[in-house]
Design a protein around this ligand. Structure first.
Ligand code: ZN
Ligand code: ZN
Length: 349
């Protein structure tokens, strides 16, 4: 089979690998779609020296496909099942896993050389490949109504967006300011609209702002040219928004997110930048503001999310602007690296 590995300094190789064989409790999934994530870019941009200290694995962590082989002691999936695959798969038995926090399991399998949120490196091959070998526990059923690309997006970007909107209890009573209309922010636009909220999208790249408007953003604000806080005040008649979420990881956006909510506002951060942020505690107290962070998503969230997408006829695939065969991985990454695109997907026949 073919697989993609990063070799440093924005270069990658499409190489031949032996077909994986499942052991007990494992499944081999034939890939049908695998989407590129912003966090893949971080590895893609590493220097040759930095890459050398990482395990040599196939990249990619947003897999979706068809179960092709199963090992012994597998009961949760059958051959031919359409599945989305978790990228942080817990042991299934510890307290964290039983609560649904696979991504906090001390014995988790992480595909594609991560987990980035712990700063460690994993050692399992990822999803930019014709096939992937995973613990079968990580294979989650993909409803017939959803496409393979929908399933790939749910495996990381979509799930992350869904989780933070849930944590902030977004509903039709809210106006939600979404900072950053990259792939995760765009998924959040679709889900927030599905929950009935009014959405303000804030984004400096013209292409992404246009895409956001096409996907349902009610009011777009160009972060480069407009006074973001003034515009939000105007749209909300001076009250501020109920909810603001930063998907960009940029401090100015995070500060604006805190400052654009009204009394009782809820603010969410995702993303993993470590630059310190100055916050005025008296402002939080006076304005009764809640700030929440959120890493990826709980395993049980996947089932709620897939029902939600089906019932509300939401297509996360509509955030995709480019599709490539795996052989064109170099071109796909070059384009994604410009940050002017929506989601990019590798697809198989
Ligand atoms: Zn991802
Ligand atoms: Zn566990």
């Amino acid at each position: 089979m073919k697989g993609v590995t990063f070799i440093g300094d924005r270069q990658l190789q499409v190489r031949e690998y032996p077909d994986p064989e499942p052991g007990p409790g494992q499944a081999v999934v034939k890939m049908m779609a695998s989407t590129i994530c912003g966090s893949d870019l971080h590895i893609y941009r590493r220097s040759k020296e930095e890459i050398q200290s990482c395990p040599k694995v196939i990249a990619g962590h947003e897999p979706c496909g068809i179960v092709e082989k199963i090992g012994e002691q597998v009961s949760n999936v059958r051959l031919g099942d359409r599945v989305s695959v978790l990228h942080a798969i817990g042991c299934g038995n510890c307290e964290e896993c039983i609560k649904g926090y696979d991504y906090r399991c001390k014995n988790m399998d992480t595909i594609d050389g991560k987990p980035w949120w712990t700063g460690q490196t994993g050692n399992k091959d990822g999803s930019f490949a014709d096939k992937i070998l995973v613990p079968s526990r990580g294979c989650l059923p993909l409803p017939d109504e959803l496409s393979f690309i929908d399933g790939a997006i749910m495996a990381c970007a979509g799930g992350t967006a869904y989780e933070i909107l849930n944590k902030l209890n977004v509903s039709s009573l809210d106006t939600v300011a979404i900072y950053g209309l990259g792939p995760v922010g765009l998924s959040a636009v679709l889900i927030a609209k599905g929950k009935g909220a009014r959405v303000i999208g804030i984004e400096p790249m013209k292409e992404r702002l246009e895409l956001g408007l096409k996907l349902g953003v009610d009011k777009g604000i160009n972060a480069k040219t407009a006074n973001v806080l003034d515009e939000i005040r105007e749209v909300t008649k001076g009250r501020g928004v109920e909810v603001a979420i930063d998907f960009s990881g940029i401090n100015l956006a995070r500060t604006n997110a805190i400052n654009c909510v009204g009394f009782g506002g809820r603010v969410g951060f995702i993303g993993h930048t470590d630059v310190e942020l100055a916050i005025k505690p008296s402002e939080l107290v006076r304005q009764d503001i809640t700030i929440r962070g959120s890493p990826i998503f709980r395993t049980d969230t996947y089932f709620e999310m897939s029902d939600f997408l089906v019932n509300h006829k939401i297509s996360l695939e509509s955030t995709v602007t480019h599709r490539f065969p795996l052989e064109q991985a170099a071109e796909a990454f070059k384009i994604f690296d410009t940050r002017q695109t929506g989601k990019i997907a590798f697809v198989w026949d």
